[in-house]
Design a protein around this ligand. Structure first.
Ligand code: SAH
Length: 275
């Protein structure tokens, strides 16, 4: 079975729909925001737009795209996030966004959900430096950046089993995200993974991978259309037992050789043994 390397996102026919104001974006997300949060999201949009002119932070380059594809797509995760049961008695709620890039969805969730301590992880230094600047400019007190690979921190006692929620958007396939994310979760914690709509192969492999990693995929529902022009299935997985110490594997391996993928018979294998 071949899995695509990145999260596929399906563009809906309404992609050329009339422009939406930022106020519409906030209203459609279904999240209650006060005026400070609205100002912070607008400032973040502008910082991302401006920095992206000179530094490659996101492939979405226009302001309406940033508002709808990135900010609205991230904001709409706040209601399902808040609906999740928390692992018992874990104190302040914590979320780590793996491969956050320019801060998606992590920075948006940090602004919209101040009850969370949000850790923004990325392997690329210039992206982490941008997020540090955003945190300072917006006066955020609930964000911490981490410049590292998920495979590294997943083996460090300081981070392993340390978080209530792991999120990741457009980083890798489902089996790889499960291998990177489940070690970081407390038992009873959840992975929140927005994906494109065509993920049936990934889901089949993901179910098998989750079993090896001490997790279970509990839902993969299509989210209602809020005008973000993208079809999104939100995959939610739960850590139900400890992840074996062998995971995550070495840097790069979870994406290159994903768990749970059943190889179809290749031409080379057919030929082997034939006389
Ligand atoms: N989540 C963002 C960025 C997606 S691009 C968005 O939705 O726009 C993928 C990002 O993941 C890149 O910034 C890359 O540096 C980071 N990344 C990929 N693999 C990683 C890993 N194993 N550990 C940490 N960061 C990783």
């Amino acid at each position: 079975m071949a899995l695509s390397a990145e999260n596929r996102q399906t563009t809906l026919p309404g992609d050329d729909a009339p422009a939406m104001s930022l106020a519409d974006v906030f209203r459609r997300s279904g999240v209650q925001l006060d005026s400070d949060q609205i100002d912070q999201l607008a400032a973040y949009r502008d910082l991302l737009f401006n920095a992206n002119q000179t530094t490659n932070l996101t492939a979405v380059r226009d302001r309406p795209g940033i508002e709808r594809r990135l900010i609205l797509e991230s904001l709409r995760l706040a209601p399902p996030l808040r609906a999740l049961p928390m692992p018992g008695d874990s104190g302040r709620r914590s979320l780590i966004d793996l491969g956050t890039g320019g801060g998606l969805p992590g920075m948006v969730l940090a602004i919209a959900c101040p009850e969370y301590s949000v850790f923004l992880l990325d392997a690329t230094g210039k992206k982490v430096a941008f997020l540090d600047r955003v945190g300072q400019a917006l006066g955020l007190r609930n964000t911490t950046t981490i410049h590292a690979r998920a495979e590294e921190i997943g083996r460090q006692p300081r981070y392993r089993n340390g978080f209530d929620i792991v999120s990741a958007r457009a980083v890798s396939t489902l089996p790889a995200l499960l291998e990177l994310g489940l070690p970081l979760l407390r038992q009873g914690g959840h992975l929140l993974l927005p994906k494109g709509s065509g993920i049936d192969d990934e889901l089949a492999a993901g179910h098998r991978a989750a079993t090896l990693l001490g997790g279970e995929i509990i839902s993969a529902d299509l989210l209602p259309d809020v005008g973000s022009t993208i079809e999104t299935r939100l995959v939610i997985a739960r850590k139900s037992s400890p992840t074996p110490a062998t995971y995550p594997r070495r840097s790069g391996i979870p994406s290159q050789t994903p768990l749970g993928v059943v190889e179809t018979t290749s031409a080379a294998n057919c030929g082997r043994g034939a006389t």
